[in-house]
Design a protein around this ligand. Structure first.
Ligand SMILES: [Zn+2]
Length: 183
């Protein structure tokens, strides 16, 4: 019995090394977007699982300390920014321990045939809305659920009201309600 167990353990494949995400971030709008000292957030199902900061050239590296999710969303954050903004979903299932990526800042945004903005994550346009910084008096939609619970949504019609009067030139301009991401 013990020998069988030992044999089974010996025959197991060697555990893979730790996953590393490395790469660089580039922008074609250097007047508006800075790639240096930018905080990058790695999210798995909406939860932050890792953070790293770019160097002066926009290079970054992150080593997962333990188990690695099959994919992570990479978002950026910056001082004074109104919301963390989505950049890319990175697949981590490749056999190689090191995943090299190039991120484009901001995430390239495309439009569908009807001229509606496509979400860079789900690639659909039906839940995307333009963001308006509405300052100290944000508009909201009152939602009464079946059980009587009242919640408020910042989405009114085709606009997502941010309710932030500060902000930077690096603020995201769009929101996808399906993925709950800003981009
Ligand atoms: Zn989406």
């Amino acid at each position: 019995m013990i020998y069988q167990l030992l044999l089974t353990l010996l025959l197991l494949p060697a555990p893979p090394g730790k996953k590393v995400i490395t790469g660089n971030i580039i922008t074609d709008k250097p007047q508006t977007y800075s790639t240096a000292a930018l905080q990058l957030l790695l999210k798995d199902k909406g939860k932050v699982v890792g953070k790293t900061v770019t160097d002066n050239q926009g290079n970054f590296t992150y080593s997962f300390p333990g188990s690695t999710p099959p994919q992570v969303d990479v978002l950026y954050s910056s001082l004074g920014i109104s919301a963390n903004a989505y950049l890319k979903t990175v697949d981590l299932t490749a056999a190689s321990d090191t995943v090299r990526i190039t991120l484009v800042l901001p995430a390239p945004v495309q439009q569908d045939a009807a001229g509606k903005t496509l979400c860079p994550k789900c690639n659909k346009s039906d839940e995307t809305r333009v963001i308006l910084n509405s300052g100290i008096a944000p508009k909201v939609t009152k939602i009464v659920e079946k059980n009587g619970k009242v919640t408020f949504s910042p989405i009114v019609g085709n606009i997502y009201y941010m309710g932030s009067c500060m902000g930077t030139t690096m603020d995201p301009g769009w929101h996808c309600n399906r993925d709950n991401i800003f981009f």
